[in-house]
Design a protein around this ligand. Structure first.
Ligand SMILES: Cc1cc2nc3c(=O)[nH]c(=O)nc-3n(C[C@H](O)[C@H](O)[C@H](O)COP(=O)(O)OP(=O)(O)OC[C@H]3O[C@@H](n4cnc5c(N)ncnc54)[C@H](O)[C@@H]3O)c2cc1C
Length: 364
């Protein structure tokens, strides 16, 4: 069976869904392909809580249009509470004059100690081994001009605001099949069930999948980092919507947030991924001065959270340009391999052509 569509979107995460809405708004026929929905934003269900919960607080550092499209009455609920706790004396190597990310911090940040500690806790030794160009760019874009221009983060009744926004637009046109291969020159994607002929393809899956689906050969390496979370249940109500960063270099806890009043999520320091959850629970209890012991509910590991660098930017740019010539657009944090937040994704990537779109899904 062959399907024809003007816009095919590879992936069903938030970037894919937002492209889908954007294209539909401009009258385009669009289809997403992939299994599961919401990507990393997918909510999880815990019996103790009784309703699905998003574990990720998604926050725009600068104000986004999308945020303003959300429920205005609840904007005030989502102020970011940035608590810097236990900032103690520390000593980290700087690896001499070698060009790496920690050098960048020392040379560019007047008060580099907190970013230095937090980066080390988030990415571990990578900050000594690489320049982490994408992280540098993110800092320059969002922070170096002063403090972050906008602090909004957290959850609305256990839902990430992005998730809430996307959920309110269900259902999406989706074929629940993974793409197996793509013929870029002839503009055909193949799934287990058949072929999809497209005019434009928006690829939101992680960049390594591109090599798997196509005949493109790898010309640069990707440097990235993951995140590990421990999820705890607390018998007493916790202050919702808070987000704390722990600045103690010796602590196992990098940051922690409360999506719902009985649930607390800990992102572990990179060097503490093997910590015993009960120990971390006790540490957390002390850190937040909680009376009740915390019960460890769950552990979640995401291996690809942060795209941090590539070994050859010229090759990357060349590849992206070449793909564009075939109406093949890469879009999203993991596809573009840029450390961008959702509100920074270019959702106008295909809109120039939209005015005259009239696409019909047909079967051969
Ligand atoms: C702790 C944490 C905090 C974050 N904070 C923010 C934040 O503040 N702001 C923000 O904008 N973002 C944040 N993110 C990132 C957030 O997850 C992404 O912004 C969002 O999920 C990106 O959407 P996406 O559609 O581009 O990618 P994804 O959600 O990853 O979806 C991509 C698509 O690719 C598919 N896919 C993934 N891996 C594979 C594979 N191996 N094979 C086939 N298909 C695959 C997925 O199923 C999905 O369909 C955070 C992430 C973490 C872990």
């Amino acid at each position: 069976m062959t399907l024809r569509i003007e816009y095919l979107i590879a992936g069903t995460g938030p970037a894919a869904m937002m492209h889908c809405l954007h294209l539909q708004e401009s009258g385009a026929e669009v289809l997403m392909a992939g299994t599961g929905m919401y990507g990393q934003l997918k909510p999880v269900m815990y019996d103790e809580i009784g309703q699905p919960v998003n574990l990720l607080p998604i926050f725009p550092v600068i104000e986004s249009d999308l945020w303003n499209k959300m429920d205005p009455h609840e904007n005030s609920v989502n102020q970011l509470t940035l608590k810097k706790i236990n900032h103690r004396e520390f000593s980290l190597p700087t690896n001499g004059s070698q060009k790496n990310y920690c050098r960048y911090l020392i040379e560019n940040e007047r008060n580099f100690d907190i970013p230095y500690i937090l980066s080390y806790k988030q990415f571990g030794d990578l900050i000594f081994d690489h320049q982490l160009t994408e992280l540098q760019k993110k800092l320059t874009r969002n922070y170096n001009s002063g403090q972050p221009k906008f602090f909004k983060a957290g959850f609305v009744n256990g839902l990430s605001p992005y998730y809430r926004y996307l959920k309110s637009h269900e259902p999406y046109p989706v074929i629940q099949e993974e793409i197996k291969s793509i013929d870029i020159s002839n503009k055909i994607a193949f799934t287990k069930g058949g072929a999809i002929r497209y005019e434009h393809l928006i690829f939101t899956e992680p960049l390594p999948k591109l090599y798997e689906y196509t005949r493109i050969r790898k010309t640069f390496n990707l440097i990235h980092s993951g995140a590990k979370f421990l999820i705890f249940y607390c018998g007493k109500n916790l202050p919702e919507n808070h987000l704390w960063y722990c600045c103690d270099i010796r602590s196992n806890i990098y940051r922690t947030f409360v999506p719902q009043k009985n649930l607390i999520v800990v992102q572990l320091s990179k060097n503490s991924w093997n910590s015993n959850p009960e120990k971390v629970g006790t540490e957390l209890q002390k850190l937040l001065s909680l009376e009740d012991a915390l019960e460890h509910l769950d552990t979640k590991t995401f291996h690809g959270c942060y795209p941090l660098d590539v070994t050859d930017y010229d090759s990357k740019n060349e590849l992206f340009l070449d793909l564009k010539r075939h109406n093949f657009h890469l879009s999203g944090r993991f596809s573009e391999w840029r450390y961008i937040d959702l509100h920074e994704v270019d959702f106008n990537v295909t809109s120039k052509n939209n005015a005259h779109l009239k696409q019909i899904v047909t079967f051969d």
